[in-house]
Design a protein around this ligand. Sequence first.
Ligand SMILES: [Zn+2]
Length: 435
Amino acid sequence: MTRLFIALACLVLAACNNPDPTNKPTIDTVAEGYVKLVLRVGQYDKDVVDAYYGPEEWKPAALESKDSPFPAKELLSLAESLQTQLASVDVAAFSALEMARFAMLGKQLTAIATKISMLNGATYSFDEEAKRLYDAEPPSFPLSHFDELLTQLDAKLPGEGSVAERYSAFANDFVIPKEKLDDVFRVAIAEARKRTLAHFTLAENENFVLEYVNDKSWSGYNYYQGNGQSLIQLNTDFPIYIDRAIDLAAHEGYPGHHVFNALLEMNLVKNRGWMEFSVYQLFSPQSLIAEGSANYGIDVVFPGDSRLEYEKTVLFPLAGLDANKADLYYEIQAIRGKLNYAGNEAARLYLNGEITREQAAAMLETYLLYEPDRALQRTRFMDQYRSYVINYNLGKDLVADYVESQGGTADNPEKRWQIFQELLSNPHTASTISR
Ligand SMILES: [Zn+2]
C-alpha cells in the first residue's frame, strides 16, 4: 500500500527519479542510461547483449539498415557522460550493498566504453583488455609449468605413442553415444536441479528448454529469457564425453548460468529495482562471476566424491559405458583441469599477434590434448570472444577462493551453498571477491 502511495505521488510530482533540488543524478537514472547504451551497442554486435528482460520501451528504434555506420563518437560520449553522472551521485547515505552496486555499475560502464572503442578499431593487449572488460588480472605461466603436468599425464596414460595420442585413445571409451545424449543430459540436469532446489528458493515458474545445435564456437550456451526462463543449447559438433554431462548440466543450468540469472532477476531487478541487472552485457565484469560461478557450481552441486559416485551408478550405465576405468579417467581429468590455463597462454600469444592461428591450435593440441579439428574450433572462439577465455579458469579459481576462504569447503557443503548463494545474488566483480 505504501508503495502504491509513493508511486501515485511520483506520478503527480513527476520528480521521484531525481528529487534532489540541485538536480544531482541518481544511481537509478545512471542505471537506466547504462541499459539503453548497452542495447544500442548491441545493435552493432550481436554478442554484446547476452540477455535483456527490462522494459520494452527502453529498446532503441530499429537501425535504418544493417549497414548503418557505427556511431562510435556519440556512444563513447554517452558512456563518458554516464561515468561523470555516476561520479556525482550522492553516496553519503548508501549502505554497503548500495556501495557494491555503485562500484559495479562504474566497472560495467568502463567495460561498455572499452567495447565501443574496440568496435571502433581500438586494440589492447590481452592483459589490458582483460582488466578493462573483466576487472581481472590474468596470471601468466611459463610453458615449463604445463610440461610438468604433461609428464604426470604421461605416467598415468596407458598404451603407446604421444601423450595426446594416448589420451585420445583412452578417452574414446568415455564418449556418450549420440542416441543416448538426450537421455543422459536430461537425467543429469534433473539431478543438478533437484540438488540445487534443496538449497535455493527460486521463482516457482523457473524452467528451461533444452536444444541441440551445430556449427558453433562453443560447446554449450545459456540464453536467459527473463521471468525465470532459460534456453540451453548444446553443441553436438564434436564427441561429448561422459564428464561433460554433469559439467554442462551444472554450468549452463543448476546452479550455474540459469540459476545465477534467475537469482539476479529475483533479488536485484524485481525486489530492488536495480535495472542495470536487467541487461547482461557479455563483455563485462559480470561475465567473470558468471563463468567462474558456473564452473565452480559443479563442485557445489556435486562436492568431493559424490560426483564420481553418482556418475558411476547412474550416468555410466545410462550411457551404456563401462565404469571400470572411471577412477583413472577422473584422475586424468583433474590434471587436464590444471592444464586449462595453457589455453589462456595460447590466447594471449595469438591475440597479441605473437603466434599464428595454426600455432595457437598446435598449443591447444599439445597442452589441452584437443583433437586438431576441436583445436581449430577453439581458435574461432578466441576470435569471437578474445580475452573472455580467462573468465572460465581464473573466474573459477577466484570464486573457489572466495567461497572456501569463508568456510565453504567440500566438507562443509551447507556453508558452501550459503556463501555461493550470497555471491550469486549480489553485485560482485573480480577485484571485489579477490583477497
Ligand atoms: Zn558459460
